[in-house]
Design a protein around this ligand. Sequence first.
Ligand code: GUN
Length: 296
Amino acid sequence: MAATLIKGSEISKQIKEELKKEVTELKERYNVIPGLATVLIGEDEASKVYVGAKEKACKELGIYSERVDLPGDTTEADLLALIEKLNKDSKIHGILVQMPLPKHINETNALYAVDPKKDVDGFHPVNIGKLMLGQPTFIPCTPHGILELLKRGGIETEGAEVVVVGRSNIVGKPIANMLLQKKGGNATVAVCHTGTKDLASHTRRADILIVAVGRPKMITADMVKDGVVVIDVGVNRLETGLVGDVDFEAVKEKARAITPVPGGVGPMTIAMLMYNTVQAAKMQAGIEGGLKELKP
Ligand code: GUN
């Protein structure tokens, strides 16, 4: 049985179309234009590509965007002062400080500096705390994209055995927490990591397997059961092209549904950043249906 493909490239387009309509309505009915500021420090090529893609998505949707590019030797004090200025800027509803930051800047200090109401990445400890408590908040973009893929891909999480491979703060920890919440997930969740003994004994139990480790093709066909749903968050650049953390060609023969790489989780991240920016604008303008509608 060959798997159904869960196509993030198509689902993300659908979400962006919905958001575009919402942005038009916000402008027409309330004269509110959602605004996103992106801050990029240094010359990391991958980060430049990501920030460029975020700007392009804003333009497509009618979201105001401000891009601040700073040299690699920018001091932490200067970054914190810039974030403070953006916190107070009423045109800006969301602030994204592109990670990784240069080594001389403490990432935690930068994350704490962003006003939680403008934290569209969902990385501020206050928002992470709310997420863990099941309270409405900004959901980090990649795990939020995974939830939408499951929901719109018709995958039931209620009572499912979910195995997450990877315990990063950006993907593994938040997606595990979200799926175990009664509302919106209600799954039984196990999180595997580098300290896990006999990884395959866990992954073989999974009804839904979510892999975010950054190791090309590490999940092989013998590590999954027939009928599994696989969400592959990995993006690994090999000489032969981009591959995920899952051996796609072999695993798709056993899976019920699987995300491709590229065109799976990747495009969802930016769509959900746009979603969070629109939510931030609604919340800051006091418009009904802001974050209250989110059910993490
Ligand atoms: N670097 C890689 N992914 C992300 C992300 O989702 N947000 C930010 N701010 N930086 C990143």
